[in-house]
Design a protein around this ligand. Structure first.
Ligand code: PGA
Length: 248
């Protein structure tokens, strides 16, 4: 990880782009300008990872996967192992996204296993945490603490990335206030330091981030970057976001 990096821009493409669309996107992305103030991580579908790694001729982005199997190897139909990602030169892997938790019933215990597997293979896990709309009305900081407690291994001496993604904010166009994001960011850092003795943590915000609010969120909350879903599919928006990073 580049120590001069100021902001991460993690593009979570979900299941949106075909292989051809992914290649077209990257060919255009390769013509944009970047500097070290921004680290862009493209997280395409598994089927496009190989091509996207190969197209990184100017070395301007990193590549991540959207998930990985909780098993290291064996007879697990339909699964992708961490070694497969490692051999494709994937540097990051998104784990515990709320869509995995909700639609595939992934629990904290499984997410922690995936985090351990990723770290062992040298990939950087981007661990997603976040509260639902109903949990928001109660003590949602407690909900986030439980996710951190149960998903993050103890005493790590490696960098981890935590993405705070309130579930009610994903794809809704609604975001928490800057103060609320700041409060969660501080809580994550303090909690991991106190309970897990982890100091090297980058905190991202995710949920309805776009070119319209990216810079304001960065300035007003001090997070280390954003995990971006739908806006990351739109190259014009990504261009604007990267321009912000460039001129910061
Ligand atoms: P969104 O998704 O930016 O479309 O809200 C974010 C995410 O799911 O990671």
């Amino acid at each position: 990880m580049n120590s001069t990096v100021k902001h991460f821009c993690i593009a979570n493409w979900k299941m949106s782009l075909s292989n051809k669309e992914s290649i077209d996107y990257i060919n255009k992305l390769n013509t944009l300008h970047f500097n070290e103030n921004c680290e862009i991580v493209i997280c395409p579908s598994y089927t496009s990872i190989s091509d996207i790694v190969k197209l990184n001729i100017n070395n301007i982005y990193n590549v991540g996967a959207q998930d990985v199997s909780s098993f290291e190897k064996g007879a697990y139909t339909g699964q992708i192992s961490i070694n497969m990602l490692e051999h494709l030169n994937c540097k990051y892997v998104i784990l515990g996204h709320s869509e995995r938790r909700n639609f595939y019933f992934e629990k904290n215990k499984i997410i922690k296993k995936k985090v351990e597997i990723a770290l062992k293979a040298g990939l950087i896990p981007i661990i997603c945490i976040g509260e639902s709309f109903i949990e928001r009305k109660k003590n949602y900081i407690k909900v986030l603490s439980k996710q951190l407690e149960e998903c993050v291994p103890d005493k790590l001496n490696k960098t981890i990335v935590i993405a705070y993604e309130p579930i009610w904010s994903i794809g809704s166009g609604v975001t928490p206030t800057y103060d609320e994001i700041l409060k969660v960011k501080e809580h994550i850092s303090e909690f991991l330091m106190k309970k897990k003795n982890i100091s090297d943590v980058k905190v991202l915000y995710g949920g309805s981030v776009s070119s319209k609010n990216f810079s304001e969120i960065m300035i007003n909350t001090g997070v280390n970057g954003a995990l971006i879903g739908s806006a990351s599919i739109d190259l014009r928006q990504i261009n604007k976001i990267l321009s912000y990073c460039y001129f910061d």
